[in-house]
Design a protein around this ligand. Sequence first.
Ligand code: SAH
Ligand code: SF4
Length: 362
Amino acid sequence: MQPTPSTPPVNLYDLPRAALGELLAGWGYSAHHRDLLWEALYRQQVESFDALTGLRPDLVQALRERTRLERPTTHHEVFSGDGYTRKLLLRLRDGQTVETVLMRFKGRATVCLSTQAGCAMGCVFCATGQMGFVRHLSPGEIIGQVLHVTRILREADESLRNVVLMGMGEPLHNYEGTMAAVDTMVDQLGLALAPRFITLSTVGVVPGIRRLADEDRPVQLAVSLHGATDAERGALVPAARKWPLAELMDACRYYAEKRKRRIFYEWALIAGQNDTPGQAHALGQLLKGMEAHVNLIPLNPTVGYGERPSGPDAVRAFQDILASYGLPSTVRQRRGIDIDAGCGQLKAAVERPRRAQQPTAS
Ligand code: SAH
Ligand code: SF4
């Protein structure tokens, strides 16, 4: 929806601190005023202009007239049976809905954020991919998800530690929006989240990985592989046809070298498809000698994809083969964030009322 003339076009949550400073400087306000406003937005987390009591009244009036404070609202919400996971379907300004998942395990709260409504990458097993692409989220729509869960956590006297960009959408396809939101997340005067606790998961957008390597944003990178040859990967991940494995691995080596960081590689284990010893050996060969950790995620079945997750024996055998190449791996449990959060299933279930709703955590 385009802003109407009566709706101020600027959502303050869209602006990292530098951009907010430029806006305010144009109105004649100094960096000091910018920082007071910033602290109100992200430390005190005020939710209305009326609550901006520490600012000059003329500045508050200008903000009221020329900007808006807009956050997503709750459209639907489910709790997992184990009580650790709370999945939110949040509604955006134009009625689009996106998933945000809050996990509170052993006092370490993690949020899984969406970066797009839908996704253009079309991975065959992914509920978001099955929906197709709608649009990028603005930085404010990504930050709005963070503020939504920090409000929940504050009420329980808890705080947020980990952020995973593993919800709906491909973060490196929405590079600008995602990075502006990351800049706001790590800003020391505000949310002050630690970059090493922010994980960005990508399907393998090569130009985005290279750009991230060149920029000073030390987030943790996870790359979704799912196949160790172009043919096998391309059958599951159509984006692989655009960025073949050789190019992708070159970009990963470049990133690891430049950022001096180990990369996580994700692999959804699909029974009889990509869980064979042959695929495990191919993956071992592909990553051998690299600073890598493999996250194995038994497939979470979706309405649009008929395959099943690998059984425990196949998972163990796969891990053993990886270990023989010196590659550490972890199996992400299904109740974990990587599965339920990563795939748009809540949205699919809520918005297809005639189909049985999926349980919140499997
Ligand atoms: N677009 C990014 C981030 C969002 S998806 C990416 O693809 O990496 C986050 C993770 O969940 C990815 O590794 C993705 O492959 C995985 N995923 C999506 N649907 C899944 C499913 N049905 N079962 C298991 N993993 C899934
Ligand atoms: Fe998009 Fe990631 Fe789903 Fe693939 S797995 S369709 S890249 S959200």
